[in-house]
Ligand binder design. Sequence first.
Ligand code: G6P
Length: 471
Amino acid sequence: MVGIMKQHEFVVVANRLPVNAHKDEDGSTTFERAPGGLVSALAPMMSTEGGAWVGWAGAPDEEFAPFNDEGIDMIPVSLTQTEVETYYEGFSNTTLWPLYHDVIVAPEYHREWWTTYRAVNERFAHATSQVAAHGATVWVHDYQLQLVPNMLREARPDLKIGFFLHIPFPPRELFGQLSWREDILRGLLGADLIGFQRSWDADNFLRSVRQFSGLGTRGMVVNTGAENRSVRAGVFPISLDSREFNTLARSRSVLQRAKQIRADLGNPEKVLLGVDRLDYTKGIRHRLKAYGELFEEDHLKAGEVAMVQVASPSREKVEEYIHLRSEVEETVGRINGDYGELGQPVIHYLHQSYPWEEMAAMYRAADVMLVTSLRDGMNLVAKEYVAARGDLDGALILSEFTGAADELTQALQVNPHDIEKMKSTILYALTMDREERRTRMRAMRRRVLTNDVQHWANTFLRTLTQQAGEQ
Ligand code: G6P
């Protein structure tokens, strides 16, 4: 099979394929397009350019043959149940994820998790080298695959290799906790171009390179020493297909659905909305605390105000996520118990994922959008809300600890740890006059509609071609 595999000029490598495998009752498998930041970001470009995507189909202990889905050649990489536990739930999501998000929860370090992380990265690199044509462009994504660039460089020096980190890169004082910090840096430095969401991340990375790899940097460029190759670090804030989302959010069916949502909520005067993966980085508990206190202090009243909190299921086998879920659900229950009325809960909590149409309708139905992450690489939800508000209405409360805060300076920015400030900001957002809402939204929309995902991908890939050309 491998020997006859088609060669591609453009290959994306990410932990997940943009599809999920479902086993049907008769034993056959169907693949469904999966929602998610990276997927919605790259899928449009991939299908127009006919590239290959190397990734895991999301089901442990399953081997799938390569297949084509809506114009993209999918190259599945399989993971055993043990690898899912040690590479994915373990090293990726219990070591790196909390370490890279300011140790909001304590990362765990286990040598056997690292061993599997390396072995799985090796498998991804091998699968990629089988499908990449001579001189092809390979774009590796995110913290699960930081060793792949150098593994590929060693096997295939002909390739142009780009890497993009979707999550923050931590300050060197935190990154330094990792026993394998030099291996990770060496892995990343196999790329020609390493992209980050914000300049803060790129600076953190360059400082770690100087301190832990002992390599020299000049501006944004690292010289790899003996190899005498230069690697560029760059800042490329990710976005969404904002024009398409804008169009969808204007459609008659979405607008009708938005009306229906408000009616289903009992037509309160104001609707607040939170949309997150159920993750401890998102500051859901901080948001609920602020919201609950506003009822306690009689600033808000059931029936007049309602909040919808969509918390989509995520990493459900990882202990901290199990713990977070019970805490959030207990808090929602308590707030509704204390301040709700018959038929008028003050929080509508939905532990589910929804298609884009339904999300667009929720954004349209919401007067105030709450994005209160404690640390977030970008936060595309904030940009989706802005892209959906072609009516120039709606107020966005946005944590300053998100990548999106760099661009959405007209949002009401908050420090989610400052509960009092968050409370006054919520009240301000609920009473903001129409003119101010329009002015802020107009400015944010200009940004989001111009800097869309196509712009992000084009800028990254153009910089990669230039950088690789200079070698
Ligand atoms: C973040 C990460 C992605 C990841 C996504 C969903 O956005 O940057 O790499 O795919 O979360 O998480 P999951 O663990 O379900 O892939």
